[in-house]
Design a protein around this ligand. Structure first.
Ligand SMILES: Nc1ncnc2c1ncn2[C@@H]1O[C@H](COP(=O)(O)OP(=O)(O)O)[C@@H](O)[C@H]1O
Ligand SMILES: [Mg+2]
Length: 283
């Protein structure tokens, strides 16, 4: 198998709590452990991806007022306890390496809770900032993963501007596909305004699946919603990954840095391998 070269993927669903951050973090970890050079970008002001990768370090990061994606967009670092002038920002300064969850080959651009307020306050936030940052450092990465907020905003366009693919995690539950038409409209609108840009949905991954490796196939509601997901996905010609990510209490634990009882979370690599192969990346 050969690799088609570096690639940027945004993990998006206009619905919260479906596993976007979990999938982004664990794909990043999987790729990093497989020796790929990974850039993970937290575009969600909730900063869950940053907390997952940095663990307890994240509190210190906030306390030290270290630069984050906020400063990357502002283009400068404001005065801090140690610098008394605004100073210029170097992209390298914003990247956190050696995160506990991410391993040696992963760097993270962390987010901060005031990110959306800062963008609203900016006169015209530049939705191309991130794409430019990635373009300038493109030789440093095999894969760039962007974790997105569930609401459509300028941040969604920021993610699109940088991305070749969109990955959509869904949970098989009532109203599972409520975000699909929003995502389709938002992508179509983006494509209409950016005719030179190739971007497509790489696929839908069913997360929190009841299809337990341990045998539990879930109740009728889960089966109904899985059928609905497949139908709505096909309507948009969105691929659906064969490997589902099982429900496992191991996932929240791993996201807190506790690998002691991963349970069915050990099956995540089955999906990761299928995903990487699908987008033409060796892992
Ligand atoms: N497959 C899974 N099994 C069990 N819990 C999961 C699974 N995927 C996600 N979770 C948990 O569900 C919650 C929401 O997941 P998260 O990745 O933060 O979603 P999102 O980023 O879409 O809001 C988190 O507490 C996470 O640990
Ligand atoms: Mg999230």
């Amino acid at each position: 198998m050969t690799s088609d070269g570096p690639v940027c993927i945004s993990v998006i669903n206009m619905k919260g709590g479906v596993g976007k951050t979990t999938v982004a973090a664990l794909l990043g970890r999987h790729a990093s452990l497989a020796g790929l050079k990974v850039l993970a970008i937290d575009l969600d002001p909730q900063a869950n991806l940053s907390q997952a990768f940095m663990g307890d370090q994240y509190k210190q990061f906030l306390a030290d007022k270290k630069p984050s994606i906020v400063e990357l967009f502002n283009g400068f670092r404001p005065p801090t306890p140690t610098t008394r002038l605004p100073t210029s920002i170097d992209v390298e300064d914003v990247m956190v390496s050696n995160t506990s969850l991410g391993g040696r080959n992963l760097k993270l651009i962390p987010s901060r809770f005031d990110f959306s307020d800062q963008l609203i306050d900016a006169v015209r936030p530049d939705q191309r900032v991130l794409a430019n940052v990635i373009a300038d450092s493109s030789e440093d990465w095999d894969i760039v993963l962007i974790d997105c907020a569930p609401t459509e905003s300028i941040l969604t366009r920021v993610a699109y501007q940088a991305s070749r693919y969109v990955l959509v995690p869904v949970r098989p539950e009532y109203f599972a596909t409520i975000g699909f038409p929003l995502l389709k409209d938002s992508l179509d609108d983006f494509k209409g305004r950016n005719r030179g840009h190739t971007i497509e949905v790489a696929g839908i991954v069913i997360n929190n699946s009841s299809y337990h490796y341990s045998g539990n196939r879930g109740g009728p509601e889960r089966r109904r919603s899985t059928i609905e997901i497949k139908r709505e996905g096909q309507k948009n010609e969105w691929h659906i990954f064969e490997q589902e990510i099982p429900f496992s209490r191991g996932f929240p634990k791993i996201m807190r840095g506790d690998f002691s009882h991963p349970g069915d979370a050990v099956f995540f690599p089955d999906f990761a391998r299928e995903f990487f192969e699908h987008i033409g990346l060796d892992s």
